[in-house]
Design a protein around this ligand. Structure first.
Ligand code: FPP
Length: 250
């Protein structure tokens, strides 16, 4: 099973091979500090930089962050603009360090809606880090899990209609979960072992619904901008104390 492979990938310690994070609480952090929302997202970006470094140092293979959902467009134009502005700041400022640290960056989400500037900056980041072999850092942008699954189902239908799935037998009898996974943004990436949600809310919010079927969930009341490597270590400790059974008896 993909999740078991991921857990073994690290070899050393049974650390989670893939950690996914819902970066929640930027707005409340800004409010508590009497600052505009933008400053909360800016502080969230700094927290993210710290967590990427730490995950890389720990030897975690995959880190996925939820940076902007398909539903986040409903926020005020000013806030949306601010988040994409920060994304530009992030990739321009951090690209060299990411590359030096052997981090490979990619994006999960529909990139069709991005401005030319954002698309170009992301394209450059993905291209420059494409051959790196360290941490794989997946940034979810304009990402929604239901939209991802629906798009995958449509792509399967299109391939079936075009006769490209003949190898799976009549009625696609041999087309299994692994084959379907290849149609998701996360194709080729093992499922998250650990899903972390800071910010006090206890919900999944349309994030990696397919991929987190057997992920261990860890919630924290710490607001994302205050989330430090120490919090990540504590979440990993909690993960390590869990017994994973994947529906079996363990
Ligand atoms: C949720 O907190 C956070 C977001 C919608 C944006 C996440 C963005 C960042 C961490 C900025 C850096 C990321 C990149 C890729 C540049 P919220 O605003 O919903 O918090 P609230 O629930 O307290 O309002």
């Amino acid at each position: 099973m993909a999740t078991e492979i991921a857990a073994c990938e690290n070899g050393r310690t049974g650390l989670p091979g893939h950690v996914a994070v819902i970066m929640d609480g930027n707005g409340r952090w800004a409010e508590r500090h009497g600052l505009p929302k933008y400053r909360g997202h800016e502080a969230g970006m700094d927290a993210m930089i710290g967590i990427v470094r730490h995950a890389s140092d720990l030897g975690i293979r995959h880190l996925t962050v939820y940076a902007f959902s398909t539903e986040n467009w409903k926020r005020g134009a000013e806030e949306v603009k601010g988040i994409f502005q920060l994304l530009l700041v992030y990739v321009r400022r951090e690209l060299d360090e990411l590359h030096r640290n052997n981090v490979k960056v990619d994006v999960f989400g529909d990139r069709g809606a991005f401005s030319k500037t954002v698309a170009a900056a992301l394209g450059k980041t993905i291209e420059k880090t494409s051959k790196n072999t360290g941490l794989r850092f997946h940034i979810c942008l304009n990402y929604g899990s239901r939209a991802e699954i629906l798009a995958a189902a449509k792509a399967v239908c299109a391939d079936a209609e075009a006769g490209r799935l003949g190898g799976y037998g009549p009625g696609l009898a041999g087309f299994d979960e692994e084959a379907f996974s290849e149609y998701l943004y996360s194709a080729g990436v093992p499922d998250p072992d650990l899903l972390i949600r800071p910010g006090g809310e206890k919900r999944i919010s349309n994030f990696l619904l397919w991929q987190t079927a057997y992920s261990e969930l860890v919630f924290s009341d710490v607001l994302w901008p205050d989330y430090t490597p120490r919090e990540l270590d504590a979440a990993i400790e909690e993960y390590l104390s869990r017994k994973r059974r994947f529906g079996g008896r363990g």
